[in-house]
Design a protein around this ligand. Structure first.
Ligand SMILES: Nc1nc2c(ncn2[C@@H]2O[C@H](COP(=O)(O)OP(=O)(O)OP(=O)(O)O)[C@@H](O)[C@H]2O)c(=O)[nH]1
Ligand SMILES: [Mg+2]
Length: 158
């Protein structure tokens, strides 16, 4: 099963997908939903334009997990409160670009993702790799439910 990645334009979705797939970081503007490794990368337009939300719902059908991404530096919040409820699968949050962000930015992004209904919330940099191990462990724990103790508790920033 796939992991679908959603969030505003330029919040870091493709870069995170490349990092999770251990691919080189190459900038490409995402034009349509596409598979990168085991992720389904989506264009930011799908989240920013409500009339395209049905495309997110369709891409999520083949997914075991949805990740809501939030750029902490550009406080361009496009999720609606409780939006995670539109998906039938768990929705976790990922604060991206933490190599560029201050503590206040990161806290604010965590609040926004929590408001959108994402839990737990991770904080990563797809450039430096900071925080990627925790996110990878979480994904692994969903693949192998017996490793439940490896799962972070809810509402805690990882
Ligand atoms: N410093 C830093 N830059 C990042 C990080 N993640 C992404 N970027 C940069 O942010 C810009 C946008 O990243 P993308 O991954 O293409 O963003 P996206 O969400 O896929 O954007 P769309 O496809 O347009 O929706 C690029 O210049 C990336 O190099 C990060 O963790 N740290
Ligand atoms: Mg992209």
């Amino acid at each position: 099963m796939y992991i679908m990645v959603a969030g505003s334009i330029a919040c870091g979705k493709t870069t995170l997908c490349q990092r999770l797939a251990a691919l080189p970081r190459v900038y490409v503007k995402t034009q349509t939903a596409e598979i990168i490794g085991r992720t389904i990368d989506t264009p930011g337009e799908y989240m920013e334009n409500r009339t395209l939300w049905n495309r997110l719902a369709v891409s999520a059908v083949d997914s075991a997990l949805v990740l809501f991404l939030q750029d902490p530096v550009n406080r361009n919040f496009r999720f609606s409160p409780g939006q995670a409820a539109m998906f039938q699968v768990p929705v976790a949050g990922v604060i991206t670009k933490i190599d560029l962000a201050g503590e206040d930015d990161i806290r604010y992004a965590e609040e926004l993702l929590t408001l959108a209904g994402a839990s737990p919330v991770f904080a990563v940099s797809s450039v430096s790799g900071e925080g990627m191990d925790r996110l990878s462990r979480y994904i692994h724990s969903l693949d192998h439910p017996a490793c439940e103790s490896a799962m972070p508790s809810k509402r805690k920033l990882h």
